[in-house]
Design a protein around this ligand. Structure first.
Ligand code: FAD
Length: 345
């Protein structure tokens, strides 16, 4: 039977089998994403179920019905052939068998308290969350969590937004996030204007496969703005492991006011044998005493390396910056499959 056509005789609940391990009873008409979420299985959904981000993928091996337009535009032909679907688009109106990565079964929801808010720049803050229930999280440096932004006067509904973890994985009782204010953004307005130290915040995670590879290849990091976040975590992990791996980290800002965490980066340079932090400013303010690199971060990469064929590239930030930096990497000979990135889209 066509999975989208509601069975008029049987109005549910329907059985959703997850990884042949768990069976959920789901009331008819819920989307698969909501059904999983209600059972505390949190599939990441950066756009909150609007069918525009493509992060809530899972494999549907039985049921599911025809693909919807959002899916045909966000899934590749290979993914479609492999049975991948967007769980926010699949409506549960018959029994389903689905597969999700095992690690998503260990995603948890965390009640936390925001214990510290620190200004990093005029538009970027670091928020520290102490985990209460459960009190500890295991994550790999580079992963992200979702923060639940509650209803408030500018937003009539709860929304989830993804934020890369910016803390040391060894400090598993807290999560730091580095958040850049987006004008009129729902969640960032709440974080900057409403959330106060001492306030409760719900987080869930960890998610994502952006992480340091297990090779010894020299690495080039490129970020701007809040793209700093996962690299703080990765550098902490390297420090904990006394890593000797070579890293150059190019951090771009439009003006010197966009730069941040100089002291933390200096400390990493002292603690790590082969780490160099290279801030790059596109338009230093007139009269500023900026003595560092000037120009685009991508130009600084080009000026530094004649050849990147043996390097790995790690990029984090806006899609535009990532695409530009990835093009520079491949232009300098870096294989595409050695470029790892997290787009903050
Ligand atoms: C994997 C991942 C990791 C991320 N990590 C970080 C991080 O570490 N730090 C960080 O700061 N960000 C990060 N992001 C981005 C973050 O998830 C949010 O997208 C960002 O904070 C904006 O959220 P918001 O709710 O404030 O803005 P939104 O409300 O989502 O708005 C975003 C923009 O869209 C516009 N907009 C909203 N609604 C409409 C509409 N109806 N019509 C037209 N325009 C509209 C807004 O004006 C705004 O310019 C990450 C994203 C991903 C995918």
């Amino acid at each position: 039977m066509d999975g989208r056509i509601k069975d008029v005789v049987n109005d549910g609940p329907y059985k959703v089998s997850v990884n042949n391990e768990r069976e959920l009873n789901v009331d008819s008409g819920k989307t698969l994403r909501v059904a999983l979420h209600d059972e505390k299985i949190s599939i990441p959904s950066v756009c909150g179920g609007r069918g525009v981000c493509g992060t809530c993928k899972c494999r549907v091996t039985k049921g599911g019905g025809p693909l919807l337009p959002a899916e045909t535009s966000l899934l590749t032909k290979d993914q479609i052939a492999d049975g991948m679907r967007l769980s926010c688009q699949v409506e549960v109106c018959n029994d389903l068998d689905i597969e999700i990565p095992d690690e998503l079964l260990s995603v948890r929801t965390y009640e936390s308290i925001c214990t510290e808010i620190e200004e990093l720049t005029y538009d970027t803050r670091r928020f520290r969350f102490e985990l209460k229930t459960p009190a500890q999280i295991d994550f790999t440096a580079g992963q992200f969590v979702q923060l639940l932004c509650p209803r408030y006067k500018s937003s009539g509904e709860e929304v989830y937004r993804a934020y890369s973890i910016a803390s040391d994985p060894a400090q598993n009782n807290l999560i730091d996030l580095i958040i850049r204010r987006v004008p009129n953004g729902i969640c960032t307005t709440w974080c900057f204007d409403i959330l106060k130290e001492g306030g409760p915040v719900m987080l869930n995670g960890p998610y994502g496969d952006f992480r340091m590879s297990e090779t010894d290849a020299p690495m080039v990091f490129v970020a701007g703005g809040s793209g700093m976040a996962p690299f703080v975590s990765i550098l902490s992990e390297m420090r904990n492991a006394a890593s000797k791996r070579s890293v150059k980290y190019f951090f771009g800002g439009n003006t010197t006011k966009d730069l941040c965490m100089a002291n933390e980066m200096k400390a990493f340079e002292e603690q790590l044998q082969n780490f160099e932090f290279i801030p790059v400013v596109a338009n230093p303010e007139e009269g500023s005493e900026w003595a560092g690199r000037v120009g685009l971060v991508t130009e600084a990469v080009q000026q530094t390396y004649p050849d990147l064929s043996k390097h790995e590239g790690y990029l984090c930030g806006s899609p535009g910056m990532i695409d530009a930096a990835a093009a520079v990497f491949t232009g300098l000979g870096m294989p595409e499959d050695k470029i790892y990135y997290d787009k903050f889209s």
